[in-house]
Design a protein around this ligand. Structure first.
Ligand code: DC
Length: 232
């Protein structure tokens, strides 16, 4: 199926499989995959390593804002997929830890952090042929994206997915901690003042609680064909 030079924006709740789905979609269509959550995770890791997040979880926003110009985040693609780099250092593994997950929502709620990330997402997406996933891609970052998807799944399925992901990466995981972290992030992501997680009015909803990957891909191809007609 030949897809036009479009932007596919995928938003939705944490651990609904957005990243895996977006990656597969990008690979199948020959598009670039951009993980906007990874950018927020990269900023959070930077803030932690520089000591801008205190023991009580208080973020030193002025210090973070002053230091942010020193941070250079970019994605590199290889046969294993897209990985996030801070300068020459690959930080793909560190940004997925529970330590980063615990603070990424408050960091991503800071307005200057959001504009810093948005600017880079726009620069990375010049020319289209991009699949981007996040929380506000179809509403704020690319409100004119040609295809917008909103992903959801039951809380149980989402917690199990996050738990399996951590275990697979050899990280410590406790199901109750995972559930608590998901609930907290849902709350912060959907109630923050700047760019809260919302479903765009023109987004197609994908509830994949009981769907296989292949079924999801067939579904999205149907959505694209519905919009652009039958594509060769
Ligand atoms: O998709 P993820 O779990 O890696 O995202 C990490 C955090 O970043 C999540 O708690 C919400 C935030 N985020 C955001 O606010 N806006 C985006 N476009 C992507 C992620």
């Amino acid at each position: 199926m030949k897809i036009p030079d479009i932007i596919i924006a995928i938003d939705g709740w944490s651990s609904t499989g957005k990243s895996s789905f977006a990656k597969q979609l990008a690979a199948r269509f020959g598009f670039l995959y951009l993980d906007s959550g990874a950018m927020y995770r990269g900023v959070t890791l930077f803030a932690q390593e520089r000591g801008f997040i205190g023991a009580a979880g208080v973020i030193d926003e002025p210090a973070l804002e002053a230091a942010l110009p020193e941070l250079e985040l970019h994605f590199e693609r290889d046969e294993n997929g897209t990985r996030l780099f801070s300068g020459s250092r690959c930080i793909e593994s560190e940004i997925r830890s529970m330590k980063v997950s615990s603070f990424v929502s408050p960091v991503s709620a800071i307005p200057f952090v959001r504009s810093w990330v948005d600017e880079r997402l726009h620069a990375f997406s010049k020319g289209g042929r991009v699949v981007m996933d996040g929380r506000d891609i179809g509403t704020t970052v690319f409100p004119n994206a040609e295809i917008k998807l909103f992903m959801t799944a039951s809380p149980e399925v989402r917690a199990q997915r996050r738990y399996d992901e951590l275990i697979m990466k050899g990280q410590k995981a406790d199901m109750e901690d995972v559930k608590r972290n998901l609930a907290e992030r849902d709350h912060i992501d959907s109630t923050r003042a700047v760019s809260p997680l919302r479903q765009a009015p023109d987004a197609f909803v994908l509830d994949n609680s009981n769907m296989t990957f292949e079924e999801e891909l067939v579904w999205v191809q149907g959505v694209i064909q519905g919009k652009f007609g039958i594509l060769q």
